[in-house]
Design a protein around this ligand. Structure first.
Ligand code: ATP
Ligand code: MG
Length: 332
């Protein structure tokens, strides 16, 4: 057997402290992978105690681990996840959204993935207050970031055996920035012989809500990816089901799409599926394909047969769901 995989573990705030331990129970029960977990802190609680939302020790753990499992943070999110994604240079956030047998969905035919640009756009953090009443934000788009996203998308399409991808943008309004974004991605796709379709992101929102089955791989600027993936979550049964992977570079950070859900935090009823499915993406990233498939199968069969957490109409606790998933893993 290979050496242990070092995983930095950051529960963060709120339901992060419920869904991350649940996902760790699943990872620990997976056969054939040896993990060493490094538990570190980030977010509102540690900021309140120490003044620092992202302690040096946490940053060091993430940059030296093979991968990171992240829960969610609250008010301090932008001070935590943005620098972390930056520190490992994970330039794309992969967000699959699909329906599951047994889970009520607004759009049962949905099975798509959003590839969200992760480093720039309006989330680059370039904001200025010019006066008490006037503020500005600079939207950063570079050829290099657009190019590597385009290349990632082409590789993704090839691996997934997809026909091509759709790029979301608004180059009729943001002519310079989204002009560069779309043109660069289309150039890469043309060089690679990958089919690409492009759509205005607002029109895409409508079309996605009504005809999600027409989409397979969607490539988005940062903010559009954030919004469209929450829309996709609504189509498939809620935020409790959507995992994500911050990848593209040597190290990855895996986290549910949802936030720290202060409205249900502490009740022990958060749906851990999104975080468990994020660990399946982590296993894929570390090349444990069999283990990743086993986790996905166990989640699917649990969602099909129950128990279910309240967000999916059941009354199970986070722990009960984790136990059901662990029980469905193949015996070691
Ligand atoms: P962020 O800004 O970090 O994305 P947010 O404001 O979008 O956070 P979330 O924390 O994602 O908010 O929560 C949005 C809603 O979805 C809340 O009502 C929350 O309870 C619900 N929710 C989120 N995650 C889960 C989960 N794992 N299980 C059940 N309900 C969830
Ligand atoms: Mg959100």
């Amino acid at each position: 057997m290979s050496d242990a995989e070092t995983i930095a573990v950051i529960p963060g705030d709120g339901i992060g402290h419920e869904v991350v331990p649940a996902a760790l129970r699943v990872l620990e029960a997976v056969d054939g992978v040896d993990f060493e977990f490094v538990h570190v802190e980030a977010g509102d609680a540690v900021a309140e105690r120490t003044g620092e939302p992202l302690p040096e020790e946490t940053l060091a753990a993430v940059t030296s681990a093979d991968a990171t499992l992240f829960g969610a943070t609250g008010e301090t999110s932008a001070d935590v996840i943005l620098p972390l994604r930056d520190a490992v240079d994970s330039f794309v956030n992969v967000r699959p959204a699909r329906t599951y047998p047994g889970v009520d969905a607004v759009q049962p035919e949905t099975d798509l993935v959003i590839l969200r640009e992760n480093t720039e756009g309006v989330y680059a953090g370039i904001e200025n207050r010019l006066s008490a009443d006037v503020s500005t934000l600079t939207r950063l788009v570079t050829r290099s970031a657009s190019r590597r996203l385009g290349e990632f998308a082409c590789d993704y399409v090839a691996d997934a055996d997809a026909d091509g991808f759709t790029v979301a943008h608004k180059n009729n309004v943001m002519r310079v920035t989204d002009g560069l974004f779309v043109d660069t991605i289309e150039e890469v796709a043309a060089d690679r012989g990958v089919e690409v379709d492009d759509q205005y992101m607002d029109a895409m929102a409508t079309h996605l809500a009504m005809n999600p089955a027409e989409y397979d791989v969607i490539v988005c600027p940062n903010l559009a990816g954030d919004v469209l993936s929450d829309l996709a979550a609504g189509l498939v049964g809620g935020l409790g089901l959507l995992p994500s992977a911050n990848v593209g570079a040597e190290r990855g950070i895996f986290e549910p799409v949802h936030g720290c859900a202060p409205d249900i935090a502490g009740e022990g009823v958060a749906n851990p599926a999104a975080t468990v499915l994020s660990t399946a993406m982590l296993l894929d990233f570390l090349d444990y394909d069999g283990a990743a498939a086993a986790v996905r199968t166990a989640v699917e069969s649990t969602l099909a047969d129950g128990p279910r957490t309240p967000d999916l109409g059941g009354s199970a606790t986070t722990d009960e769901l984790a136990t059901a998933i662990v029980d469905r893993l193949p015996d070691s």
